[in-house]
Ligand binder design. Structure first.
Ligand SMILES: [Cu+2]
Length: 285
């Protein structure tokens, strides 16, 4: 009777300590906006997708942390509650084929996976649903080791224009970022980015947009979003694509529509199309 009382008071203490720890962790983390967005390098409203993606990321981590705490708690509790007591001899009572337990640890992970899948699928559909009549359609072409930007006529773009990018040459000295190829986008206009490659697989990545997508020769990919915040954003190739992969840099400038139009007016006419492709993997052509 006495030993039972001691166990239950110990249990109360463990529960109290864990509750205080979790509450204070949550309270402390509530202070910082950086923590609230899960340390992602962006703001909620940078593009029309960053809020959705931030929520998926942060909520998945919260779910994983809760599951982790419960699991670690149960493991710790088993270690303490079923430890070898003083004077104990032989093996402890062996249990196997415990049906309720087996159903428990099959059903719970299944439920978790289905839940994660549901939210991932829902948000992926929201982010990847093709836009009807986008305001801006730009074909971004990856090439060893830079980028071409083809602004295609349609929406707010009056005629085909392009910028042919040149590779950055990094020497270890401070680099003038203004010389990088720069993709201009008008703020609050829907953008469809068509991603293609001239040679090997590259990957279009603007960290602040929380989206990254491969550019595969012969298999165009697309990305849809509406930039909502004017500013300059860094971009880079995220697929090891050869010797100067690290110098395959670019920038994105989200600007007013007027500034966008005046930038387009200064670009060369026409598109840099497939005739500039190198296609090392399609030599039989
Ligand atoms: Cu690349």
């Amino acid at each position: 009777m006495r030993s039972q009382n001691r166990t239950s008071s110990q249990r109360t203490r463990i529960i109290t300590v864990s509750a205080v720890a979790v509450t204070s962790a949550l309270a402390l983390s509530g202070c910082s906006s950086e923590v609230q967005r899960g340390w992602l390098p962006t703001e909620r409203d940078t593009t029309s997708n960053t809020g959705i993606l931030t929520d998926l990321w942060v909520n998945s981590w919260i779910a994983a942390m809760v599951i982790g705490l419960i699991t670690w708690g149960l493991m710790l509790w088993c270690v303490v509650a079923y430890r070898r007591r003083k004077g104990a001899t032989g093996f402890p009572r062996q249990i196997s084929y415990n049906l309720p337990l087996e159903i428990f640890y099959t059903a719970i992970p299944l439920f978790l996976i289905v839940t994660f899948f549901y939210f991932t699928d829902r948000d992926q559909r929201a982010v990847d649903t093709p836009q009807q009549n986008p305001d801006v359609t730009v074909n971004v072409v990856g090439k060893q080791w830079s980028w071409d930007f083809n602004y295609k006529q349609g929406g707010v773009i009056k005629e085909d224009v392009h910028e042919g990018g040149v590779q950055a040459h990094l020497t270890g000295q401070p680099y003038n970022l203004d010389t990088l190829p720069t993709l201009y986008l008008p703020v609050n206009k829907s953008v469809t980015v068509e991603l293609t490659s001239r040679d090997v697989i590259h990957s279009f990545w603007v960290p602040a947009f929380l989206q990254k997508r491969d550019m595969i020769p012969g298999k165009p990919n697309t990305m849809y979003f509406t930039p909502q915040k004017e500013g300059t954003y860094d971009g880079k190739c995220a697929e090891l694509c050869g010797e100067y992969h690290s110098e395959m840099l670019f920038r994105v400038k989200v600007v007013s529509e007027a500034e966008f139009q005046s930038h387009l007016a200064g670009l060369d006419k026409g598109l840099l199309d497939e005739k500039y492709d190198r296609n090392p993997n399609l030599n039989e052509k």
